[in-house]
Design a protein around this ligand. Sequence first.
Ligand SMILES: Nc1ncnc2c1ncn2[C@@H]1O[C@H](COP(=O)(O)OP(=O)(O)O)[C@@H](O)[C@H]1O
Ligand SMILES: CCCC(=O)OP(=O)(O)O
Length: 363
Amino acid sequence: MNRILVINPGSTSTKLAIYDDEKLVSKDTVRHSSEELAPFKRMAEQYEFRKDVIKKFLEKSGYPLSTFSAIVGRGGLLRPIPGGVYKINELMKEELREGKYGEHASNLGALIAHELASEYNIPSFIADPVVVDEMEDIARFSGHPDFERKSIFHALNQKAVARLIAEKMNKKYNEVNLIVVHMGGGISIGAHKKGKVVDVNNALDGDGPFTPERSGTLPMTQIIDLVYSNKITFDEMKKRIKGKGGLVAYLDTNDALEVQKRVESGDEYATLIYKAMALQISKWIGKMATALNFEVDGIILTGGLAYDKNNMIKWLTEHTQFIAPIYIVPGGDEEKALAEAALRVLRGEETPKNYPPMEEHYA
Ligand SMILES: Nc1ncnc2c1ncn2[C@@H]1O[C@H](COP(=O)(O)OP(=O)(O)O)[C@@H](O)[C@H]1O
Ligand SMILES: CCCC(=O)OP(=O)(O)O
């Protein structure tokens, strides 16, 4: 029997799971409010805080670390790389620790997994990190040669739910065209063309709809004017895009459940903002439908916000149902996808890749 610990740090939560082979034996989602995370300036500063959450989960679940066969963490901001399972190595840890390719909670997945695994000399991996890059070259153009569009998204869950729904359609993933909308702390909308994510918004860096904690795309000239006005520091501006944008900026919370309560209690401003978010997400679904020439077999709504069928799902359906049938996978299952990835390696069914992979054009 293989026992796997899964560590999935997200921008608004830490999700944890323990699997004995395919069997889920323990899981928890610890939510982190924007106030709780506010004191941390850099992601590396959250290391001990998130590690404590994991240690408490292990204590509560009663499984000593010495009984695990492997630890698998959510993969963070590395170089753009192909999907798959990767061994955690020193270069990867160094790049994640210093935030060389950006700052996000997922950077902590590999760092904490490796530290805990090293105590007991067991293997540690990441799988389908947020930098999986399958974009078509035509989708990389931004509008100016100095700036390139990047593939940064919920690759792990997008791929997992796309495979799940393709299976429900009695098709293979590489036979269908799907639009996958992952709605968590960040929101990504991917165009999956016959098994490859050929276009997607950069869910982290000011590209896409606004989200529980991110601003998404902002009016460019207004930003330039603000930045050059000297009324805002570099760090404050970065925070407006990621961490203190979106619902946090408009409604002072990153918790869509709280927003739902306000909507249901008749709060008109909260309703307007939440509806505006649904409209922006819908417009991105329309964009990705265009990238697929409107040959779309299904639209999949997933991530935490996909639990909200009375509001978010209803509004997204109103805006986009004419494009293709809508499938809902509330939450998604990143933990299961991570555990399965580790199991494939432990059983010798998949060879874990080294980081960085050989394809040097990815560097
Ligand atoms: N049952 C629910 N109904 C509505 N929103 C929810 C629900 N559960 C979680 N959410 C919201 O989803 C967002 C987090 O999504 P999740 O995919 O768990 O995030 P992440 O992994 O990015 O931290 C938060 O705004 C949270 O309040
Ligand atoms: C870095 C892109 C993925 C992302 O936004 O994840 P969260 O929703 O967990 O913040």
